[in-house]
Ligand binder design. Sequence first.
Ligand code: FBP
Length: 554
Amino acid sequence: MTKKSVLQQARAAYQPKLPSALWGAVKAVKGAATESVADQEEIKKLFPNTYGLPELRFEKDNEVAKKKSADKEVINIGVILSGGQAPGGHNVISGLYDGLKSLNKANRLYGFLMGPGGLVDHNYMELTGDIIDQYRNTGGFDIIGSGRTKLETPDQFEKGLEIIKELNIRAVVIIGGDDSNTNACVLAEYYKAKNAGVQVIGCPKTIDGDLKNDWIETSFGFDTACKVYSEVIGNIQRDTNSAKKYWHFIKLMGRSASHIALECALQTQPNYCIISEEVEAKNKTLNDIVAEIAQVVADRAADGNNFGTILIPEGLIEFIPAMKKLIAELNDMLAAHPEIKDMEADEQRQYVIDHLNAENAEAFASLPVAVARQLSLDRDPHGNVQVSLIETEKLLSEMVDKKLAAMKEEGKFVGKFAAQHHFFGYEGRCADPSNFDADYCYALGYNAAQLVNCGATGYMSSIRNLSKPSIQWIAGGIPITMMMNIERRHGENKPVIRKALVDLEGKPYQEFLKNRAKWAKETCYVYPGPIQYFGPDEVCNQTSRTLYYEQKGK
Ligand code: FBP
């Protein structure tokens, strides 16, 4: 174990707060049968054993509390961390461990190493109390590591079953984003169909904030990651407001949806923030976006302010309608001809241009070479373009620079323009969880143990009512099939959990809309400062602005 910082030592003593519904023994109360969000007939056909299950809600159970521990069945659980790191993963595991031990001290928790691949390759370790105690309230996924192996083939499921049986594991808990939870459901269906006696439960993880709906109010890690990014954006804003000489182009993680950019904008009040979902809805081109940014720069320059901040969501490229069409055709082309990704750069570029339809070929040819190349490279195991590798912040600032030069010639820009570039993503994914994420994650894990105990499979751990104090949070489980629809992936139609994009009618975006013209022209920066773990409630226990506005008045 590495040396602990003074903060980590103090933080280790923090006891996350559980919802009162999970204090002591619980019983699962069944709600009505459920349906998928769309494509009901197709999803039902694909998940005959896990479709239509009822929503579950936990309540205190006085009867079970009286059972002697000798009568209790031993339950072993295997846990997997899947995909990108998100603050609080260790607390999901410590909550799961404590929940499991609260049911029966003889229960055991196994961690599969380096993501879903650990299950298939039989790489695991037992997570004992001593190990868990080293990781309570810490960031990172290093307790067992994470990975992006996609669990999808019967072969993988059968290999997994061998080790599951060997370790007498009753349930696998998969902590992941929308794609990993989709695969958790496929695994649950497979094991249920063959009566393997193995349950599968998902937990909603991703800093991107796009795994949310009426039952999953936020994915864990979003709160902490956005607070870290907002602290640094605030610091940059103070710097630029001091020297008054740079425009900072700041790209923020979030593979697809713009929740992180929107949340950071609400926290820091930058001069400009692109929301990809708005770009798509208004059918904007890259040139439109560049023209808007250049106008903001020119308007501030007219007031003598040659400085500012611009937030750019990582997933922007895929939301520009012309790019979206291009990427869809490229995805199909790469799925049908995987050899393209191994070609030399020039040969690859020509091949792609020759084989795209005319409109897409023109869009592709007009892109800077580095961006075009990134779009033609390998996808991640879930079929996603690796947008974090596309330098949109540089692309935009170069285009804005050119546009301003043209505006200067026409007498429409009278100032100076110097740009700095930043990309914040990895900086926030392993931060020590905020009090909100520490509590939320612990509750998700503890709750997952209860879902296993009540025999659920194909469910996601759900903790709701999150803008209220944690004691009032609602605990239960939601059938994963309920969140699914059919989407095109890797050139095929697949059942997947529907991604939650920024809702342009929603309160967080509307709040941004109300203020953005003022933030663009004036200097209204807010400097949130670092996450605080100790101190007054309003400083330490604030939820994200997104959750606050979404739940305001509810
Ligand atoms: P998950 O969807 O797995 O939570 O990962 C999210 C994310 O952090 C994205 O924001 C980012 O685009 C991507 O992971 C980066 O992937 P990698 O860690 O493989 O570089």
